[in-house]
Structures are given as C-alpha cells and as structure tokens.
Design a protein around this ligand. Structure first.
Ligand code: UTP
Ligand code: MG
Length: 688
C-alpha cells in the first residue's frame, strides 16, 4: 500500500541524461516550443521597451524645456524644423540645429514658483538662477551676473511646448500599442505552450499505462498500486509543469536578465555597475538558499510519503482497525506522522520566508544605490532624470525572475525526481516476452503437458519441483494438496504469468513460450477464488469490452451458469451497476458471474481455482450444476479443497510441497491408501 519508497526520496541532481530524455518527449512539439520561445522574445522586448519609452517621454519631451533656444533669422531655419515665434523673434531649439550660428542669442526657459521665464544668454544650465525684480525690471540673477528675463504667459508657454505635447501623445500611443501586442503575443504563447505540455503528458500517460498493462505479474507483487497510480497522475503532472513553466520560460528569464544588463550598460555604464553591484550577493544567497531549500524539500517529501502510506493502508484496512478497536492507537500513529509533516513544512516555509524578504532587501539596496549615485548627478545635470527612472524600473524587472527562481527550482527538483521514477517504470522490461517467430496456433484441442517443470518465484525457493503430468483433451483434472503446495502456481505457469525455471509446458505439443501470449490466454478461461469485478454494469463485467459477445449470448451463458436468477432479481437486471471490486455482490454471486464471464469467451481450457469454496450449499449445488455443464467438451483443471467437488474428475493430482505425490482417479487413490486417502478420511470424518 505504500505509495513511495525511501529510495525514491533520494535527492535527484539535475541529471543531464534524464534531461536529454525529457527533451526527447518534447521533440514532436519542438517547433511549437521554439515558436513559443520566439514569442517570448517579443514579450521580453516589449518589457524592455516600456521603461525606455517612459525615459524618452521624460527626457525628450517632459523635461525638454531645459534645452536652450537660439535666435535664428527666418531664412536660416533648417527645413523640417518648426520654429517658435516669440514676440518678433524666431527661436529654434538648439538640438534641432546641426551647427550653432555664430553670435546667435541664447534663450533658456527657467521655472520658478510655478511661473516660466525666458532668460537671455543663460548658456550653461544652472539651478542657482534666481528670478527677481530689480528697479521694476524682471531679471535673472546668476551669482554676480544679471541676465534679462521675460515672463512667459500661458499662451506663449503653450507655443514653446506644443511639440512636446504632441510628442508625448505619440509616445503614449506607441506605449499602448506595445502593451496590446505584448498581451496578444503572451496569450498565444501561453496557450501554445500549455497545448504542447498537455499533449506531451497525454502521450506519456498513454505510454506508461500501456507499459504497465503489459508488465509481467511479478512486477505487481513488488510495486504497490498506490505507487503506480502516482506515476501516471502526479508524476506526469509535475513534468507538465516543468515543460511549461520552467523549460521555455527559462529562456524568457535569460533574455530579460541579459536584455536588462545590456540596455543598462548602454544607457549608462557607471550607473549599470552601481545597480548591478548587488548581483554577487544575489548569486551567493541563491546558492545558499538552493541547498537549504533542497534539504527542506526532501524532508517534506519524505513526510508526505509517509502520510500517504499510512493513510492508504489504514483506510484500506479500516474494517480490521474497527474490529480490533485499534482506532485510538492508529490515530496516535497518524497524529505523530502528521505532526512531523507539519514541522517539515514549517521548516521549508522558514527557508522561503528568509529568502524572499532577503531578495526584497537586496532590491531596495540596489534602488538606494541608484538614488545615491544618480540623484546628485541628475541635480548637476550630468544624468537625465529619464535615465534614472529607467534604471529604477529595470531593476524592478531584474528582480522578478530572481524572485521566481525559488519556485522554479522546486519545480525542476520534483520534475527530476518524477521523471526518474517514470523512466524507472518505462525501463522495466517484462521478462516474459512474445517469441520473435511465434507458432501459429488455432483453437486448442486442449492437451496440456508439464515436463519436468521446476519453478521458483524468487531465487532457488522451489515452489514446484520436477512436476510432470499430462492432461488429455477434454479431460477434467483436479489438483489437490495442502495450502502452499503450489496449486495456484501451476495455474500461473499455464497462463504464462511467470516462466518456468526448468522444464517445459506444452499445449497441444507446442511449448507455450513459442506462442503469442495473447493467443495463449485467449483460449484459457480462469475463475479465481477472489473474483475481480470492474466498475460498470453486470453486462459489462461479463463481456469485458469484447464487442463480439452479444447481449443474447450474455443472457445465454448467464442462464447456463445459473447466474441468471440472481441477476434477474436485481432491480436493473443486467444493467445493474457493480461497484469497483464488486463489493455490492455476495461472494457466491460474484462466483457465478465469473463462471458466466469465463464461459462467454468460450475457452478451450477452463481453470477453476477454488471457485467453490466461498459459497453456501444451495449456491454450491448451483455451481456444481453449472460446473458440470461448462466443463463438458473442454479441458478443465479444478483446484478444490473440498474433495467432494473433485471426486468425479477424470484424474486427481495430489501435490505435496511442490512435488506430485499421487495421481489417479478417486477410486484408484483411495485404494492406494496414501496421502489422498488420509485427506479424504479427515474430511469424511468432519462431514459425518
Ligand atoms: P501457491 O499459491 O501455489 O499455493 O503457493 P496453493 O497451493 O495455491 O495454496 P492455497 O491452497 O491456495 O493456499 C505456493 C508457494 O509459493 C509461494 C507461497 O508462499 C507458497 O509457499 N508464493 C506464492 C510466492 O513465493 N510468491 C507468490 O507470488 C505466490
Ligand atoms: Mg491457491
């Protein structure tokens, strides 16, 4: 019942081999993924463009009044440049002129107390210009110098700034357009990526299931249900997350980080150095965090595995717990594991609780560095305000992928663990294989022969020792013997759920290892002691998806095997729903249903493994009656503890500790006064 194994919880390093194999699954969608990466480049470019545009708006337009104006004669205005006419003068922005005309008068706009003035001959921009009135005349004082200043009214100011307003409007539209494109591209990208991811795991789930389906039975002895279920569901989902949120988005993060570094370096190298001076600390912190997080993560996985195991075992065994009044004890057990899980989770949370705020701290540290370094330069005019703004914005973007690093790291970690487990399943090959050149077999006549068969489930623990016998076509043979004698093992070998270690099993003279498994099993009908029913209705459970079996045939075999009566008594008759494992039917009813199922497939060989042990006398007589009918004309092997059931068999084989002790008819064996005789006497006494 344990869904996990300690060995599965070992740390999984990011193994290149596994990674390459994961990429192989993505190959059919490689072009789609590359396309997604291209789209992500567009998204990244849009992200990088945003601060850039704001910077242009700030420096190029909003703060553009700081650029000086030159007085130019009308005929010297360069083509394409819109001059500002102020009073009787023609003024042109200095940045619009390729060369400054000799002796041209400079003007600069200066703002003071919300009013704007045009100051003549203020060449260098300087913040310590003070506008004041001297002898009723408005002047600009710059230290000792007095310069002419002209107040600008609203109308004049608007004329000076008309082109800036226009420019800002244009930039806003571009900004909006970029936002819209980013949204659309992002939508398409997310959709395509999820499409690819879901398809990859859809196929992977198919592959795992069909692989499990064809696995030899001993595999299931070693791999509990819970574990295999996790492979198909949780583990594949983890992989999807890896494909969609890590694999492709890794490129985006990389583009963004590189893009930001390049743009910042090109904008202002020294500022970039100041901003990125925290990068080494980030790197060190990330490495430390990575190690701590991995430890904590492993601990949490271990505990959750234990919770899962305890839960599934206890819920499955609830009946036993209640019968033996173990509730309180079991609760204590669960409580302890639950508490340990809680502690592990808290430990993991603490690691995250330090990392995230620490990154925040670094972020604000880098901001203060920027302001400390850039602020004075903006005031002195050696750095534009727009650039400072852009740096602040870029740093915000820079920290985003780093913040998400923790999460992505976790995803990658669990994806590695999951994929290793999935590959473990896929790499387990069934030792029972179809031959490369199978013998074509038609319908069996039904001759079964064991030739010196030796068999062990594990190593040299022989379960069957040198077993030889022959069953003629149409014969009914009974296998009797104590518990653990090896009766069921013989059946498992005939169905080739396991292969013999030594010797041979022949059907109609052909070694079963030379036949296709499907050819072999199609002709063998087995009724086991614990009948397995699937969720679905009764009809479905008899037919088992075989569309060749008609409804009439189902009714026919049900009537033949005496299952009809109880089915008819159900409210929905043949459409009655059966819950998983058939717990809503009684053991006897399940048994009758199993007979019908075996007969519906009309097997050449019928095997009944203690099929009559769990039913009342009335049902047993029904089953006996059914038995007699369905064994007619086909080779039948019956295993039964109740010797009364096997008396009429053509041959009785007595097994003892894996060896055949006696063989013969009921009468012959009684005559022999051997093991069978002793068994018979014991049961005879009981029944008297
Ligand atoms: P069988 O399952 O063949 O015994 O196991 P049986 O004769 O049918 O017994 P009953 O009457 O149903 O009780 C034979 C031996 O093989 C071992 C068992 O422990 C038993 O000792 N065995 C069985 C395995 O080692 N592995 C298995 O998967 C099944
Ligand atoms: Mg058995």
């Amino acid at each position: 019942m344990n869904g996990f194994h300690e060995d599965e919880l070992q740390e999984k390093p990011i193994d290149l081999h596994i990674f390459r194999r994961l990429l192989k699954y993505a190959r059919p969608y490689a072009s789609l993924m590359v396309f997604c990466i291209l789209l992500l480049m567009v998204v990244t470019a849009a992200d990088l463009a945003q601060p850039y545009i704001v910077r242009s708006a700030l420096d190029g337009y909003i703060n553009a009044f700081k650029i000086p104006y030159l007085e130019v004669p009308q005929d010297k205005v360069p083509p394409g440049v819109h001059p500002v006419s102020w009073r009787d003068k023609i003024l042109v922005r200095k940045s619009d002129l390729s060369q400054v005309p000799q002796g041209a008068t400079h003007y600069r706009i200066v703002e003071q107390d919300g009013k704007y003035y045009l100051v003549q001959n203020l060449v260098a921009e300087n913040s310590n210009v003070i506008i004041e009135a001297v002898n009723g005349e408005i002047v600009a004082r710059q230290g000792e110098k007095l310069l002419k200043a002209f107040p600008l009214d609203r109308d004049e100011l608007n004329r000076f700034r008309a082109r800036d307003v226009e420019g800002i409007t244009r930039l806003s539209l571009i900004f909006l357009l970029i936002l819209f494109i980013r949204f659309a591209v992002n939508y398409v990208q997310v959709y395509l990526l999820q499409y690819a991811g879901q398809n990859i795991i859809l196929n992977l789930r198919k592959e795992i299931f069909s692989h499990i389906e064809n696995m030899h039975l001993s595999y299931f002895d070693k791999n509990p249900v819970g574990r295999l279920v996790t492979r198909v569901t949780n583990d594949t989902e983890t992989l999807n997350e890896m494909y969609t949120s890590v694999l492709v988005n890794m490129f985006k993060d990389l583009f963004l980080l590189l893009g930001i570094i390049i743009v910042m370096m090109r904008m202002n190298f020294r500022m970039a150095l100041a901003a990125l001076s925290v990068a080494p600390i980030i790197a060190v912190a990330t490495v430390i965090f990575r190690n701590k997080a991995r430890e904590a993560y492993r601990e949490v996985r271990k505990k959750i595995a234990r919770i899962n195991a305890t839960l599934s075992e206890n819920i499955t065994g609830m009946k036993v717990i209640q019968i033996f009044n173990r509730e309180a004890k079991k609760f204590d057990e669960f409580d302890r594991i639950n508490w340990e899980y809680y502690l592990a989770t808290m430990r993991e949370l603490r690691v995250f609780a330090v990392f995230r705020p620490f990154l925040d701290l670094l972020f604000y540290l880098s901001l203060s560095l920027l302001i400390w370094y850039g602020g004075p330069r903006v005031i002195r005019g050696t750095l534009s305000f727009g650039t400072l703004y852009a740096f602040v914005h870029y740093m915000g973007q820079f920290f985003q992928p780093i913040n998400e690093l923790a999460e992505k790291f976790n995803i990658l970690q669990s994806a590695m663990a999951s994929s290793e487990r999935i590959f473990q399943v896929l790499d387990t090959e069934s030792p029972i294989k179809d031959p490369s050149d199978p013998v074509a077999v038609g319908r069996f006549r039904g001759e079964i022969e064991f030739r010196n068969v030796w068999f062990a489930y594990e190593g040299e623990d022989w379960v069957l020792k040198d077993v030889s016998f022959k069953v003629e076509p149409g014969e009914t043979v009974a296998l009797v013997g104590a518990t653990g004698a090896g009766k069921t093992s013989i059946i498992n070998l005939i169905c080739r759920f396991y292969d013999v270690n030594r010797g041979q099993i022949l059907i109609d003279g052909v070694d079963i290892r030379n036949m296709r498994q499907s050819d072999l099993r199609r002709q063998i009908g087995v009724v086991q002691q614990d009948v397995f029913l699937f969720s679905g209705d009764i009809k479905y459970n008899i037919r088992l998806n075989n569309t060749e079996i008609s409804d009439e045939r189902i009714r026919e075999v049900a009537r033949y095997t005496n299952a009809h009566q109880f089915i008819e008594a159900k409210p929905n008759k043949y459409d009655e729903e059966v819950t998983e494992r058939g717990s809503t039917l009684s053991a006897g009813e399940r048994q009758l249903l199993a007979f019908a199922r075996a007969l519906a497939f009309d097997p050449a060989i019928l095997i009944l493994d203690e099929a009559t042990s769990a039913v009342d006398t009335e049902t047993e007589s029904l089953i006996q009656d059914a038995l007699e009918k369905i064994t007619r004309g086909r080779t039948t092997i019956i295993i039964a503890h109740r010797l009364s059931t096997v008396q009429h068999a053509d041959k009785i084989i007595v097994l003892h500790k894996g060896r055949i002790r006696e063989c013969g008819t009921h009468e012959e064996l009684l005559e022999k006064k051997g093991l069978y005789y002793k068994l018979y006497l014991l049961q005879f006494k009981e029944n008297r």
